[in-house]
Design a protein around this ligand. Structure first.
Ligand code: PMP
Length: 412
């Protein structure tokens, strides 16, 4: 790739005021974007603009402020939908990925799943793509089975095929693991699941922020993601669903705005996606998400992806050379997203994270809301460094120096 086509990290960093702050007297090295990303000033400004110039409820008032807010909210929906190759009618604003999977659990699951049905998920899922299906299986008397993993940390596709022979009702799979970094071939999984008659839901929490995503090409029934991991505000995310399916589903919550007409004994529903957006919606943060989408679109998602692959390659080369360093997931950086989970000898990840914090380095330590995966890896916890558009080779070098220091303290 030509250098001119690469992401200009210095220019990007200038948009993130938080990166200039010091932590414990050191330069902040933020390597925890998989938990939540930082926000560029353009996103913060969109929130300030909304609250200081046109704050108003949406879809209700005919006054100027109300119309401006409605237009901005719906424009954010339009841009967010296009960003992932969907139509705005198919995009429901939710709180985040967790609310999206729970929406499907209730609005789709309560309607379509029956006693004895099979639901399928995988061993590399975040709890938000496991627990809702456990709850659904319990309430319906259905069965939940898991697709296991290969040594390399990829899906065991033979197991998937054998489960598909049992005609499952649902296949739930992550696009990119928040622990292993594995990018799954969700297009293939969805096409195989569809041939077996299953509905499909893809968890896009770690993919939409980092790579070009086209839900139409993936061919899933549902696709979920969170705004706060893609440079947007917390409290906003999206569930993209096939329109015919959304139309057939029950509402998620009942209340204002999701209805067409309310009678004493029954109600009728608003058209999708509004049928799933009961009450006053999260207007400001949806508008903030629209600004994040504009920001990422401006950078270009292919460039974002290339940047992160380069960074991951450098990180894996640099850190794998450290004594006692063990990373998890695929060995080829081009098949991984922007997360690198690891352990350093037998230092507890929380101790490691505490030592790194002394150096101004923020990583995550723990089970990463993926306890079944931790058990499969046979570890109680891992440390995890995760990248985004503002991370540089310098950040990787700082992490290496911090890990060397930890190694000295613990005599690795
Ligand atoms: N899925 C994956 C792969 C994630 O990494 C996360 C966040 N850690 C979630 C789902 C849940 O996202 P949220 O907390 O924004 O609902």
């Amino acid at each position: 790739m030509l250098e001119t086509e690469a992401l200009d990290v210095e220019q990007v960093r200038a948009d993130f005021p938080i990166l200039t702050r010091k932590v414990r007297g050191k330069r902040l090295v933020y390597l925890d974007s998989a938990a939540t990303s930082q926000k560029p000033k353009q996103v913060v400004q969109a929130l300030v603009d909304y609250y200081s110039t046109y704050n108003s409820n949406v879809h209700r008032s005919v006054h100027t402020l109300g119309e401006e807010a409605t237009a901005a909210y719906e424009a954010a929906r339009e841009r967010t939908a296009r960003f992932v190759g969907a139509s705005p009618k198919e995009l429901v604003f939710v709180r985040g990925t967790t609310e999206a999977t729970n929406l499907v659990r209730f609005a789709w699951g309560e309607r379509f799943v029956e006693k004895g049905d099979l639901l399928v998920t995988t061993l590399m899922e975040h709890h938000s793509n496991i627990v809702p299906w456990q709850l659904l299986a319990r309430s319906k008397g259905a069965r939940l089975e898991y697709v296991g993993l290969t040594e390399e940390g990829t899906l065991d596709l033979a197991k998937l095929e054998s489960l598909l022979k049992e005609s499952p009702k649902l296949v739930a799979v992550t696009h990119c693991s928040n622990v292993l970094g594995t990018i799954n071939d969700v297009e293939k999984v969805c096409s195989r699941a569809k041939s077996a008659g299953a509905a499909t839901i893809v968890d896009g929490a770690q993919s939409v922020p980092h790579m070009p995503v086209d839900v139409a090409r993936i061919g899933c029934d549902f696709y979920a993601f969170s705004g706060h991991k893609m440079l947007g505000p917390t409290g906003i995310g999206a569930l993209v669903g096939r329109k015919e399916l959304l139309e057939k589903m029950d509402p998620f919550q009942g209340g204002g705005e999701m209805i067409k007409e309310v009678f004493l004994d029954h109600s009728t529903w608003n058209e999708v996606p509004h049928k799933f957006e009961a009450g006053t919606v999260n207007i400001a943060d949806a508008i903030g998400l629209g600004a994040a989408v504009d920001y990422l679109t401006g950078l270009g998602m292919s460039k974002v992806r290339d940047h992160e692959v380069k960074l991951m390659r450098y990180a894996m080369e640099t850190l794998n050379a450290l004594k006692g360093f063990r990373s998890y997931g695929p060995s080829d950086p081009s098949t991984r997203g922007g997360v690198l989970s690891f352990n350093l000898a037998d230092i507890h990840p929380h101790d490691l994270a505490t030592i790194l914090d002394e150096e101004g380095i923020a990583i995550r330590s723990g089970h990463h809301c993926a306890q079944p995966l931790m058990r499969w890896l046979d570890v109680a916890a891992t440390s995890r460094a995760s990248f985004h558009v503002y991370n540089s080779y310098d950040d990787v070098d700082s992490l290496k120096a911090g890990l060397e220091k930890a190694g000295e303290i613990f005599k690795v």
